[in-house]
Design a protein around this ligand. Structure first.
Ligand SMILES: [Zn+2]
Length: 348
């Protein structure tokens, strides 16, 4: 069920998005106490902003969750660039073409929460894969049996920004900015904020203090994924195009759910990922090309070669010998000679 691509369709505002200042935000669910401040992401209110383009993020990039988790949360522009490409995180297919017909806004704090959360689970997953027990150990404590607790248990402690931070799926401001109010008449009333605990008891079958920390960490990862996306999953039964056999498909209902499903797929299938040498984006490594594939796409490969060719030509013009260039660039001398020759031929 998880070997396939996810058919999630994102509807992205053709006019793009922008951050607008929300004076203070509160979250929708009824946990009292938290007060979130920050910006709101909204579709740009310019001519044509009601138009949406439809894309299938998982078909474009099965490793998108890793790029998302690498976004710099101190830089709202990098989040905005992601939104301009893939749309809202949590609004999913709602709205479709009518970008302005209903309230559509997401809080900066929500984006940061999802980025932190995915970054954290990816880090734990990578440590499990690498078998780095020393790095995993500080996150886990064994709590022996005691009053009110007949059995001992493992507790996982969050990384900075994880669980203890702001969690507000669809955050509402206490006061809407005037221009947003005029654009979206009848905005819903502000909602109540809340906090989450920063430590999580891990659900395992008969845990013991001697458990392999990788098993504990995995159990925790499964639990986090289940808690995050398990409550609202769409499934579709349809016929496989190639075989005609019935199959059950999971259809993510939002971009954020898709990113977590991509992570689940990585957990289940044990996928390997690498950063592209050219664009630094993540890509899924095909099993047979584990050792040699270094570019995410043919375009990046071409771009890298163009850059290196230009550098070789530059060094040559600067008076370096092919041998010196080959050493400096970590290339073989035959290739360097061939490139110099082709550049000279072009120059004539
Ligand atoms: Zn690339």
């Amino acid at each position: 069920m998880f070997d396939d691509q996810f058919d999630y369709v994102a509807h992205v505002s053709a006019a793009g998005y922008e951050w607008i200042p929300g004076e203070s935000f509160r979250r929708e669910s009824a946990d009292p106490g938290e007060h979130v401040t920050g910006n709101l992401l909204v579709p740009r209110l310019s001519a044509g902003s009601e138009v949406a383009r439809a894309i299938q993020p998982d078909h474009q990039d099965p490793a998108l969750f890793r790029d998302f988790a690498d976004l710099d949360t101190s830089d709202p522009d990098s989040l905005l660039a992601f939104a301009n490409q893939y749309g809202f995180l949590e609004h999913g297919e709602r709205g479709r073409t009518e970008m302005r017909a209903e309230l559509r806004a997401e809080a900066f704090a929500d984006w940061v929460w999802h980025i932190d959360a995915l970054r954290c689970v990816i880090r734990v997953h990578d440590l499990v894969q690498e078998g780095d027990l020393a790095a995993l150990a500080p996150s886990m404590t064994w709590q022996p049996a005691g009053p009110g607790r007949p059995n001992g248990r493992w507790v996982f402690h969050g990384y900075p920004g994880w669980w203890g931070g702001h969690r507000s799926v669809f955050t509402m401001p206490s006061e809407w900015p005037a221009d947003l109010l005029s654009a979206y008449p009848g905005l819903p009333p502000p909602q109540q904020p809340g906090l989450r605990p920063s430590s999580y008891p891990v659900t395992m079958d008969s845990p013991t203090p001697g458990d392999d920390l990788r098993l504990v960490a995995r159990a925790w990862l499964y639990q986090v994924v289940t808690d995050t996306i398990g409550h609202s999953v769409n499934v579709r039964l349809n016929a496989d195009r190639a075989t005609g056999k019935a199959r059950l498909r999971v259809i993510p209902s939002s971009l954020c759910q898709l990113l977590w499903f991509q992570f689940s797929r990585a957990l289940i299938a044990g996928k390997d990922y690498r950063r592209c040498k050219e664009c630094r984006g993540w890509f899924e490594l095909p099993p047979r090309e584990r050792d040699r594939k270094v570019f995410c796409s043919p375009a990046c490969k071409v771009k890298d070669q163009r850059t290196r060719k230009a550098r070789v030509a530059e060094l040559r013009t600067g008076g370096r010998t092919p041998k010196q260039i080959a050493d400096a660039m970590g290339m073989d001398i035959e290739t360097v000679r061939a490139w110099i020759k082709s550049t000279q031929a072009k120059g004539k």
